[in-house]
Design a protein around this ligand. Structure first.
Ligand code: ADP
Ligand code: MG
Length: 258
């Protein structure tokens, strides 16, 4: 029997060994997201968000609980793409070579690599920059290259770990809009980690609020305002932001024993 949810996490716990001591990074996390939806995870630093992504990307298999992506145990590779804050581009390769690398590793035929890369760079407005190196690009352009490199492999799940943190506010909004366009076009399932409450409300159809470490999901907020440009900054949007903000602050005070 297939599960209804594309992404299904039940009672996920992860422990690390730090100098001979066991540290619990995630404590019985439950999370579910349907196919083609956007989810956002928000929570304080150190609460286990990246740990959760490492499990989903198949990079950490030392966990307890049940984790399924499209009914399969995560093993990394083709269907799941992970984009990190520092872009993860190879500095000695051009934009073009960074984007083709994954296709080459998959041993695609050169003609296919050429066409797919060209189409993707064009879609992201990066064709004029194809011959540049990452050091010759702005932060926003680098992040677009990282997105192009992930999307050219046609993943079904896009994981983004604080992808826009180092961008200035304007570039950040541009890339948010741009991500939304891609999502509307491809109907990818997207899970994004952020510290930014407005970003969470603009992008996340379902918002998961995490407690300070050891991380648990303490609140799931359904958000029908996600993706609506017209509502951004309007009263209902700000009310949703304030609701999340007060909730996060409450938990922080609680954790600090205030
Ligand atoms: P977040 O991404 O929410 O900031 P992380 O998932 O990076 O949090 O870390 C959660 C907790 O696990 C932190 O206390 C961190 O120090 C610890 N941790 C993360 N990775 C490792 C590791 N490889 N070995 C030991 N401890 C780790
Ligand atoms: Mg992190």
């Amino acid at each position: 029997m297939p599960t209804v949810d594309y992404l299904s996490i039940k009672s996920l716990s992860v422990n690390y060994l730090q100098r001979g001591k066991t540290v619990t990074a995630l404590n019985s996390v439950d999370l579910a997201l349907s196919h083609g939806k956007t989810g956002v995870i928000i929570g304080p630093s150190g609460c286990g968000k990246s740990t959760l992504f490492n499990v989903l990307a198949g990079l950490n298999t030392q966990y307890s609980g049940k984790v399924l992506i499209d009914d399969k145990i995560p093993r990394g590779g083709g269907e799941t793409a992970l984009i990190l804050q520092d872009y993860g581009l190879l500095p000695w390769k051009t934009v073009w070579d960074n984007v083709t690398l994954g296709l080459q590793l998959r041993k695609k035929i050169p003609q296919e690599i050429q066409t797919q890369t060209e189409t993707m760079l064009d879609k992201l407005g990066l064709l004029p920059l194809a011959k540049r190196y990452p050091a010759q690009l702005s932060g926003g352009q680098r992040q677009r290259v990282a997105i192009a490199r992930a999307l050219v492999l046609e993943p079904k799940l896009l994981l983004m770990d604080e992808p826009f943190s180092s961008l200035d506010a304007l570039t950040r909004e541009e890339i948010q809009d741009f991500l939304l366009e891609i999502w509307q076009e491809t109907q990818l399932t997207i899970l994004l980690i952020t510290h930014n409450i407005e970003e969470a409300v603009f992008l996340g159809q379902r918002i998961f609020v995490m407690s300070p470490g050891p991380g648990q999901i303490i609140q799931v907020v359904e958000n029908e305002m996600a993706g609506d440009y017209d509502l951004r900054g309007k009263v209902p949007f700000l009310e949703k932001c304030n609701f999340l903000r007060s909730f996060l602050h409450r938990r922080e005070k609680y954790a600090a024993g205030v």
